[in-house]
Design a binder for this molecule. Sequence first.
Ligand SMILES: CC(C)(COP(=O)(O)OP(=O)(O)OC[C@H]1O[C@@H](n2cnc3c(N)ncnc32)[C@H](O)[C@@H]1OP(=O)(O)O)[C@@H](O)C(=O)NCCC(=O)NCCS
Length: 155
Amino acid sequence: MLTLEPAKIADTETIWHLRNDVATRRELGLKVISFAECLDWVANIVERKSKENLLVAKDDKLGIVGFVVILGYDTNCGAIKVSIGSAFRGRGYGRQSIKLSNDYAKQHSIKRLTAEIRGENYKALFAFEDAGYSESRTFTRGPSNTEYFTYEWNA
Ligand SMILES: CC(C)(COP(=O)(O)OP(=O)(O)OC[C@H]1O[C@@H](n2cnc3c(N)ncnc32)[C@H](O)[C@@H]1OP(=O)(O)O)[C@@H](O)C(=O)NCCC(=O)NCCS
């Protein structure tokens, strides 16, 4: 069974490895960070000094398999980013994490969640669609005009 819960400082090392994963960095537009930088990031969120919310996706047998970031959780609209560890992909954890994020949003009065997904990131497009998101716009980014979709979920 998969659960989604707020990250704790003790989760930092696992989150650090997940966050520095090559595919995750490419798809989420992240740079490699040191453990100290990751600790700062997690601590700021845990201490509520950041507008980001960080949730860990935990399998009852395997432990943390991924994480979800919701930016702007204190408003009624949030931007969501989901990452599942490369060893755990293709088992439904991505889709389940997004569905659990929808439940989390409802509990925290977030009315709308949006995700920016690269057009070739089929797994993410499938997972978000299956979790009740629909395409709201397309745009291009970067020197090679990479196509992106904005996907949106409304409570
Ligand atoms: C995108 C990501 C979260 C998906 O997680 P996952 O656990 O591997 O995905 P799931 O196992 O839940 O599968 C999601 C869908 O992709 C499909 N899928 C799985 N492997 C696939 C493959 N190789 N090619 C195409 N589709 C595939 C599944 O069948 C499922 O579709 P369905 O719901 O219609 O059955 C994960 O690949 C990841 O962390 N990527 C890096 C970060 C990222 O891209 N985040 C998304 C942008 S916010």
